[in-house]
Design a protein around this ligand. Sequence first.
Ligand code: PXL
Length: 275
Amino acid sequence: MKRVLTIQDISCLGKCSLTIALPVLSALGAETVILPTAVLSTHTMFRNFTCKDLSDQIEPIADHWKSEGVTFDAIYTGYLGTTSQIDQIRKLFKSFRDQNTKIIVDPVMADNGKLYPAFDMDYVRKNTELCAEADIIVPNITEAALMTGMDYREEYDEVYIKELLSRLNALGANVSVLTGVSLEQGKTGVMGYERETGEYYVYQNRRIDAAYHGTGDLFSSTCVGEILKGRSWQDAMRIAADYTAHTIEVTLENPDKPWYGVDFEATIPDLIAMK
Ligand code: PXL
């Protein structure tokens, strides 16, 4: 069985970060080791959330794993907390990376043209450094624009997306994938670039007019799980885009849906069956 380490916060209520990554990766058949970077009462779209930083636990936990001889097939990072925490995680990458370890970084920090409440431009710079260490990065357009110094645009064409990809590629990861890319009316999906082959990959599926929290985490957790199953990054992105769209549709049909997340629990059986 493949073993993946995922490093992100645990929002106790809110259907995001670890409460998505753990069930999704487990459902896809990977042994999932977690390293919580902070404990929050909820995600940060709630008001008055509590937050306990766990930075002081990263090193002792990693040291213990080292002493036990633990290795990982993949390390996947999502929402982190502070710039100094990113330095700690870069050290952890160095310590646990071997020839076969895939490092996937989702530089979670912004969406819809805006940084999330907890972050500033220093954090953007640090996240950019973290991306340089990865094999695969999966930012959305807002995060990519912030990291590459390009303008964020709501209306764009393929030329803009390719320029973003080219600048992301220059950051260092072998595969750069932009999420939330809409190249045709009524469609949305991903566009990625692989440096080793020089190939682009575009996948567009139906666009559903609803934005839910946690869908980025659902997308990247699915990608990681599918890659660990042995799929190419392109197939993993396609399945993750389809699964995320399907989950949004199912969520929309639920009259009792909570405002803060998607009903991915209802669609896990469909994810397991996806090809
Ligand atoms: O879904 C990304 C995410 C993860 N964790 C926390 C968040 C967010 C987005 O706002 O606030 C704590």
